[in-house]
Design a protein around this ligand. Structure first.
Ligand code: FAD
Length: 442
């Protein structure tokens, strides 16, 4: 008979919600801890920003979400759905292919209602410590705080679904200590208005350097270019020749920053120099699990780039039956990927699916890391799935003898990359056309 465990799920974002559903379906007893007052995780837009705009002050009040107001998804609605509950099941007025963030939150709320997940969630309850029970046979004490109350409970297993887009990584720029301008991390960017041209008296900033050409950097530099005097996008490359971006009159592409100085100048490796008011770091985030105590069995590396060792980004080999993570990978099909990870965990915990031995799992993690190193892939991409996202998802599905991801969805995923390359990042969401929708089995 399948085993039923008492499982703590930490976080009620997309990963926590689908994990709770899968665990419950498999007959486990689930409690979801959510520190905020509502579900949705990153998809709950918060107009407030942190008091330290670079988020370096350890005593700051932490704001979870990094959403900016104009954000639309970078994948179409079909790839933002769960396997048996799609955006089309939810009641959505607006039918953009790439939904706005409000619609994603609405979708997640409808998903939670449909599967009665709300009943499992303890809102306003932050997990502050997860530690192994001494002599307790790999069970966990979960300490949580709600308002002034603190409580400790024992669980057979803990699934961590706390996201990884809250603790910023900031670029290391020679000379930055004496540079007189302002700095912000994209975690604290919401709207372009504060970047308006200095000539307009209400606003302070006008010449902005945006560092990083990931999705946030590419969106935000265009957002700010609608109001600022000049925006200069600095990418990691040392080879870019300074050039204008898209059809904007005031948006330039540059190489990496070489240094900044006390006069306010920013000098790029492409040889150009500008006098800037503000540097906006769109330089990514760190993994961080401040509540987790495993005596070093699972750790995050010094730069916050990688969590390990984790077998297939999910199970710490030494603690595989009592601790797991959902949502660690980046650059994948996040919702469907988290759903597969959750199904896998639920079936491993009930004993339906067996994991390899601890040694074999460790060897697999080492092999993964060695392959990245040999291919010259930086450590910060340890958990990046692209371009192997399909292999990863199909591999997990195979562990449960489930069919592979729908061929139409796979085709759709690659057609977006092709479209973005052909028409440019600024326009792909509106110009993308997929003529094989009929093929989808969703
Ligand atoms: P989150 O959504 O971050 O949820 C984590 C939850 O855990 C939160 O509710 C938080 O309050 C809770 N929590 C944290 N710590 C504790 C604690 N100690 N105790 C209790 N609760 C806790 N993905 C896409 O698929 N498409 C996109 O277009 C897309 N755009 C993005 C844009 C930006 C700017 C960023 C930063 C990310 C984007 N992502 C996108 C990725 C996004 O993070 C995922 O879609 C998704 O939100 C991950 O879900 P999650 O549940 O793993 O984490």
């Amino acid at each position: 008979m399948a085993e039923s465990r008492r499982v703590a799920v930490i976080g009620a974002g997309p990963s926590g919600l689908v994990t709770a559903r899968e665990l419950q379906r498999e007959g486990h007893r689930v409690v979801v801890f959510e520190k905020s007052n509502q579900l949705g995780g990153l998809w709950v837009y918060n107009p407030r920003v942190e008091t330290d705009l670079l988020s370096l002050d350890l005593n700051r009040e932490i704001i979870h979400s990094s959403l900016y107001k104009s954000l639309r998804t970078n994948l179409p609605r079909q790839l933002m759905s769960f396997s048996d509950y799609s955006f089309d099941c939810a009641e959505n007025g607006n039918r953009l292919n790439f939904p706005e963030h409000e619609e994603v939150l609405k979708f997640l709320n409808e998903f939670a209602n449909h599967f009665a997940i709300n009943d499992l969630i303890r809102f306003n309850t932050e997990v502050v410590r997860v530690a192994l029970v001494e002599f307790g046979g790999n069970r966990w004490i979960v300490e949580s705080k709600s308002e002034e109350l603190s409580s400790e409970e024992v669980f057979d297993s803990v699934v961590i679904c706390t996201g990884h887009y809250t603790v910023p990584r900031v670029a290391n720029i020679p000379g930055i200590k004496n540079w007189p301008g302002k700095q912000i991390h994209s975690h604290n960017y919401r709207v372009p208005e504060p970047f308006k041209d200095q000539a307009r008296p209400l606003y302070t900033f006008s010449i902005v350097v945006v560092i990083g050409d990931g999705p946030s950097g590419l969106d935000i530099c265009r957002d700010i270019a609608t109001v600022a005097k000049q925006v200069h996008l600095s990418t990691r490359s040392s080879e870019i020749v300074v050039s204008k971006l898209d059809n904007y009159e005031n948006l330039w592409n540059h190489s990496k920053i070489d240094h900044v100085d006390e006069s306010g100048e920013v000098t790029f490796l492409d040889g150009s120099t500008i006098h800037a008011d503000i540097i906006l770091h769109c330089t990514g985030y760190k993994y961080d699990f401040p509540f987790l105590e495993t005596n070093g069995i699972v750790s995050v590396d010094d730069e916050g780039c990688a969590v390990g060792p984790l077998y297939k980004h999910v199970f710490p080999p030494k603690l595989s039956l009592c601790l797991s993570f959902v949502g660690i990978p980046s650059q994948g099909i996040i919702f469907l990927g988290s759903e597969l990870q959750a199904k896998w965990i639920a079936q491993v915990l009930s004993g339906k699916v067996l994991l390899p031995s601890e040694d074999d799992m460790l060897a697999d993690v080492e092999d993964h890391n060695r392959q990245l190193e040999e291919a010259g892939i930086p450590k910060r991409h340890t958990h990046r799935l692209h371009p192997h996202v399909m292999e990863y998802m199909d591999w997990i599905a195979a562990q449960m003898e489930m069919p592979s991801l729908d061929a139409g969805l796979k085709e759709m995923y690659w057609s977006i990359y092709k479209c973005a390359r052909e028409v440019g990042y600024a326009n792909y969401r509106d110009l993308w056309v997929f003529d094989n929708l009929a093929k989808l089995s969703l």
